[in-house]
Write a protein that binds this ligand. Sequence first.
Ligand code: ADP
Length: 472
Amino acid sequence: MKVLSVTSECAPLVKTGGLADVAGALPAALAPLGIEMRTLLPGYPAVMKAIASGTEVWTGADPVTGTPARLLAAQAAGLDLMVYDAPDHFARDGNIYLGPDGRDWPDNPERYAAFCRVAEGICDGMAGDWRPDLIHCHDWQAALAPYFLDGATPSLLTIHNIAFHGLAPEGKIEAMGLDRADFHREGFEFWGRVSALKAGLLYASKLNTVSETYAAELMRPEFGMGMDGVLRGRAEDLTGILNGIDTAAWDPETDPAITPYKSPKGKAKNKRALQDAMGLPTDAEGPLCVVVSRLTEQKGLDMLADALPALLEGGGQLALLGSGDAHLEHRFHGLAKDRNVAVRIGYDEPLSHRMIAGGDAILVPSRFEPCGLTQLYGLRYGTIPLVALTGGLADTVIPASPAALARKVATGLQFHPVNTDALSLALTRLCDLYAREEIWNQMTRNAMSQPVGWDTSAAAYAAIYKDLVGAA
Ligand code: ADP
């Protein structure tokens, strides 16, 4: 079966979040199941650099700008790529979505509409003989492809984060190549604007998101961000499939960024190294907690800042790596004055591995979390996740309830409701559990033996693809 994955980011070539990890991991996970996946990516500078020796399969004019553009077939980082090289849209340095002022590029709607036209074109023979049996689109950036295809090729749209709608003013309808006749409540209109995501939610043959809990949450007003009604209308076509992690890149036994280890005992050296690197004292009695995250409202780190006294009073430490909202960066800089708090603002892949390996616990207090990856890294590295009871965090952590402890199956802690008080209590409980060595070691071993790879989820995607192709 031939599948075209349509995505605006793909690790390791270009990444702003978990979407890239998933898009990067899926092709290899699906190959053993007989699925040949090619990945369509925009020709950002980082991608063009990585595919120096691509083959031109199409040249022509970009549908939005009318300026020269090309489609290249190439291989890089073990991925079979199709790259849409349209310099007017994508030859821009820095964050792929944001201009130098930190705001969305004003022409994002047209850039990604053009990209989706190319996905449609590939289904229509633009890449010669290679035509996909179905397309697998990710998030709003790819969500117009099912609209343009209008059922001609089956499509699956994966929602990685419903918070991003791909909104555009009504005046852009024609520039984006959309049909004004569909600009109404039952079409892609969303409160007077165009929503690329809504078009995808309506036109894709099937929908999924990245955990079962998030799939159920999305149909409720508190989490649906205005799309809950549309999703309730498509409840029969919406499923939840958990993300896996790249178990080769995230393997404590072979990870080149750390002192490798097989059992929880091996974490001690990494903890010491992390404390030294972050300037934290090595005599703390409580757990060293780590955070690797975008610093945004979604991630609940303002609640963590408020709840921090509970961790420090329990003798714990905090090491945080992240970047994002200026006010949160500023707040954590201030908190780092405490000798048991260390903060690194920035994006640093090797340091993220050292943090996950060296921490005793990883904190993920998100207000909503479609799947979440860092708690999965934590499990694999024996770093106990303390998470909010929401989305994929609810589905991947077995909380240390008395029953789970008695049955020796607990892998972490969950708190609910998702607020500062509940988080404070959970941090205190974390410190208590850490002090009970036998229980803590058992939880660490449980965590390390959880399956967090792609096997189950790849099979679930393959089953949807088969359904789609069978029904076409
Ligand atoms: P989201 O996609 O909402 O940001 P996920 O948990 O799904 O959240 O994925 C985040 C990914 O980005 C993980 O692979 C995480 O390790 C990585 N990451 C986030 N912030 C940083 C950072 N400052 N440095 C290195 N990696 C980071």
